[in-house]
Design a protein around this ligand. Structure first.
Ligand code: URA
Length: 195
């Protein structure tokens, strides 16, 4: 009888992934970063939040969403009854783009496999994608965020909801209501999942 357990070298691990990400030189962002920002939180989280890339504070501290946008993200999480520690937070690129410019398609494509491995390891019940850049990258589309938000989508079979980026919401108070609607949609989706 064949053993269905894959050999250990084929099973990914957090240790292996972290060891690869930390010294990564796959793209030019490695030349200007202070450090890689791997992601943080509960590695068995039901909720995974995915942002665009580290900003200055994140590059300095080595942690995602610790600046002003991060404070708003923490409030958004609280509004739906979640603590930062119980979710997993990561970014589409692990290194800060200079002057906080958008990551380029080349940078996104070279970094995306790390995020997809994180998703496979966390196995969240729901993915919340923050902002246009991450949403377009993960859904392989150039549709505007106004079209991507407001409905349940999926990534490799996991439900996914697109929400306006907290840095954008800091400037656009009117869209906070739409972000709240999207977070409620995410909550409802998790509630409807059995088990
Ligand atoms: N903005 C992001 O998209 N990610 C961070 O980690 C911080 C700010």
């Amino acid at each position: 009888i064949a053993d269905s357990t894959p050999p250990s070298e084929l099973i990914d691990s957090w240790e292996a992934l972290q060891a690869e990400v930390a010294p990564c030189t796959q793209c030019d962002l490695c030349k200007t970063r202070i450090q890689t920002v791997f992601g943080s939180g509960n590695k068995n989280a039901g909720w995974m939040f995915i942002g665009e890339g580290p900003g200055q504070s994140e590059d300095q501290q080595g942690l995602p969403f610790v600046g002003k946008a991060g404070q708003l993200l923490t409030e958004m999480l609280r509004a739906i009854g979640l603590d930062r520690e119980e979710v997993f937070i990561a970014n589409i690129v692990k290194c800060r783009p200079p002057a906080n410019r958008d990551p380029t398609p080349v940078e996104i494509e070279s970094c995306k496999p790390y995020l997809l491995r994180q998703l496979t390891l966390v196995k969240p019940k729901i993915i919340v994608v923050l902002g246009r850049v991450a949403a377009q990258a993960l859904l392989n589309t150039d549709e505007p965020i106004g079209k991507l938000r407001g409905q349940i989508r999926a990534l490799n079979g996991t439900p996914l909801v697109v929400v306006y980026h907290p840095a954008y919401l800091l400037r656009s108070l009117l869209d906070k209501r739409k972000a709240w609607a999207d977070l409620k949609l995410a909550m409802q989706t998790v509630k409807n999942i059995k088990g």
